[in-house]
Each structure stands twice: as structure tokens, then as C-alpha cells.
Design a binder for this molecule. Structure first.
Ligand code: PGA
Length: 242
């Protein structure tokens, strides 16, 4: 079931997403939150930090699981998703490393790491609320266009388009990792609630195709049409092709 929220501006869109996360944590302070990296969550994380600093909500008892991590980057590498989360959210919210989970892209046995990450989510009781962005090709986490939906955490190969989109964070194109550990579509669908955030004119067509078109692994976000509780928060630009 899709719930739509369309906000007049990008700023309001980020505030609305932070409000959904805050409401979840006000009702269940030790919520398990699924978190994301990229440009989309940045303003949301700033708003969450502001809400905590204003005393509206206390995020310090949550547990978190990130969607993905590059293979071959250590957690202290500046472009690792662990570093992104520490810098943009975890330190400011006062979250200790044992509360927060990001797959280990340096694991020697990658398939064991995939299984352990999936199991850790289950042992935490599952994800209460999963924050997602959407890629221009409709990917959620690193679920690129494919012949079938992935079930569990897996080793993902990035497409040329995603490598090129992610180049902006690296000094040289050849520095962008080609593979990542990623939650599968099944891992994401097992979250109790989903919050998908998108803003900007460049996301308008994929938002339309993913959520009003056929459900297909060629657009992995489209499966959220079958999720029982998925809230899509857009600014007017991202909603402009609906
Ligand atoms: P972005 O990425 O937030 O940097 O646009 C979205 C995604 O790839 O999920």
C-alpha cells in the first residue's frame, strides 16, 4: 500500500521525512531504523539532528542497519558508507558503534558476511522503518535492473550508470568500487514500514515508472507497490510526472 506525501519545496520534503522518522522513534525509542547514503538522505539527517538538538525527539536509543557498503573500502576510508554515516549522522546523534550496523566491505568471506548481516537484522527483531532513496534506473540499495528480485543481502555489481553517478564522490573514476554488499529486495521488503524519499526534476520519470507502472525487477523500487506500508515523500519537482 503506497501513501503519498508531496511537499512544496525540497526543504519541506526533507523536514517531512525527518518527521516520519521522529514519529517512529517517539513511539518506540529503541526502534530499528534502516538507513541509506547518497545525496537524498543528507538534508533528512540534518533535520533529524536538529530535532534531537531541539529536544523534540531522542534518537540515541535506536539501532540502525545501513543498506549497503562498497567492497574493498575499509570503514575508516573517507568514501566508505560507514564514514558517511559517522560524519553525517551517528556522531551528532551520539550513537555508539555497537548500535549501528554497516556491512563490512573488507570481509574476507563475503558470502559469510552477507549471511551474518541478514541474520543480525533478524536477531534485532527486523527493521521497523527503512529509509530509501531511488536511483535514476529505479534501484533501491544496489539492486540494479535485473532478471529477478534478490532475496537477501548479496554481492552486487554496480552498473556503468551507477559507477558514473557515484564518481562525484571520488578523486578519479577508477577509484569507484565496482562491487558492493547490499541488502536484497527481500531484505528491504521484510521491513515493517518503508519511507522512500525523492526530490528534484531528474527523479520525476523514474518515480512515475516505479510506482505507477508494472512491478518488475528491471525497476527494483517497483516492488514497493506490493509493500503493506510504504510512504513516498516527494517535492513538487519529483512529483511532476505523476
Ligand atoms: P542519490 O542516490 O540520493 O544520491 O540520488 C539515490 C540512490 O541511488 O538510491
Amino acid at each position: 500500500m503506497l501513501h503519498w506525501i508531496v511537499c512544496p519545496t525540497r526543504e519541506a520534503q526533507a523536514k517531512a521525512c525527518a518527521a516520519v522518522l521522529a514519529a517512529q522513534v517517539l513511539q518506540k525509542p529503541d526502534s530499528v531504523l534502516g538507513l541509506a547514503t547518497g545525496s537524498t538522505p543528507l538534508a533528512i539527517y540534518r533535520e533529524m539532528i536538529a530535532l534531537q538538538n531541539e529536544g523534540v525527539v531522542n534518537f540515541s536509543n535506536v539501532r540502525t542497519f545501513n543498506l549497503d557498503e562498497y567492497i574493498g573500502l575499509s570503514h575508516d576510508h573517507p568514501q566508505s558508507y560507514r564514514s558517511f554515516m559517522e560524519t553525517n549522522l551517528f556522531v551528532e546523534l551520539g550513537l555508539r558503534s555497537e548500535q549501528t550496523h554497516v556491512p563490512d566491505g573488507m570481509a574476507e568471506d563475503l558470502s559469510a558476511e552477507c549471511a551474518a548481516y541478514e541474520q543480525a537484522i533478524e536477531q534485532a527483531g527486523g527493521i521497523d522503518l527503512q529509509l530509501l532513496g531511488i536511483g535514476h534506473d529505479g534501484h533501491i540499495a544496489f539492486n540494479e535492473p535485473a532478471e529477478a528480485f534478490t532475496r537477501t543481502v548479496f554481492v552486487a555489481t554496480l552498473t556503468a550508470a551507477t559507477i558514473s553517478a557515484n564518481q562525484r564522490f571520488f578523486a578519479r573514476p577508477e577509484d569507484v568500487p565496482r562491487t558492493a554488499l547490499s541488502m536484497g529486495v527481500g531484505s528491504i521488503m521484510r521491513a515493517n514500514r518503508i519511507l522512500l524519499s525523492a526530490f528534484g526534476r531528474d527523479k520525476a520519470e523514474i518515480v512515475r515508472d516505479a510506482f505507477t507502472g508494472p512491478v518488475t525487477p528491471q525497476i527494483s523500487a517497483s516492488i514497493l507497490q506490493f509493500h503493506p506500508d510504504c510512504t513516498i515523500v516527494l517535492d513538487e519537482e519529483a512529483a511532476s510526472a505523476l
